[in-house]
Write a protein that binds this ligand. Structure first.
Ligand code: HEM
Ligand code: HEM
Length: 140
């Protein structure tokens, strides 16, 4: 009898996550993810373009501008995350699995902040302008 009920308990143990990210968190996740993928694609195109290519400067400008723009949704995400904690992980996960999930998420946040900031700083130190959304003479 008791083994029956423990079997039932193990079968009915929740394996899915209870609760979910808010709609705003999901929207911000996909906005930043789309921007990050676009930035890497633009970077790949621009660093492989011949130096004399007609659109080279435009692609660099677009990369820099979008690269700085991404800071806005990232900041919004971090703010939203601070006031809306992530839903709890399934109880079946081991401690090391929880720790690696948390670590990889915070590393992604670090990348989302570190890439635009280092990109901007290296560009500025190199003496080239970093226009943002057309707000620079270098766009015209
Ligand atoms: C095809 C691409 C992607 C898919 C399918 C995806 C999917 C997901 C899913 C399902 C979660 C929730 C994880 C959970 O349940 O705990 C998540 C969280 C997260 N993703 Fe993505 N993701 C993608 C791209 C990205 C990119 C490009 C970034 C940033 C560079 C990113 C950053 C994050 C972060 C930081 C979290 C943790 C959110 C939090 O707890 O605050 N993701 N992603
Ligand atoms: C999330 C934001 C960003 C991502 C993911 C990103 C990503 C990249 C990647 C993958 C490269 C190619 C590196 C290589 O293969 O040599 C690159 C190059 C570059 N990025 Fe970014 N970047 C970001 C933001 C920025 C910003 C904000 C600026 C400047 C304001 C910038 C300026 C540059 C420049 C000038 C290069 C070319 C370096 C060279 O010619 O060797 N990036 N970026």
């Amino acid at each position: 009898m008791s083994s029956d009920s423990s079997m039932k308990n193990s079968l009915t143990m929740p394996v899915v996550r209870i609760g979910s990210y808010t709609l705003a968190a999901q929207a911000l996740h996909w906005i930043t993810a789309a921007l990050m993928f676009t930035l890497v694609l633009l970077a790949w195109v621009m660093v492989n373009m011949p130096r004399t290519a007609a659109n080279r400067e435009l692609i660099y400008t677009l990369h820099k501008s979008l690269g700085l723009t991404v800071l806005a949704p990232v900041a919004a995400r971090l703010f939203w995350r601070a006031i809306h904690p992530a839903p709890p992980l399934p109880g079946s996960l081991a401690q090391w699995e929880r720790a690696s999930a948390a670590l990889s998420h915070w590393l992604l946040y670090l990348i989302m902040l570190g890439m635009p900031l280092s990109g901007y700083l290296f560009s500025a130190w190199g003496g080239t302008p970093s226009p943002i959304l057309g707000c620079s003479r270098s766009l015209v």
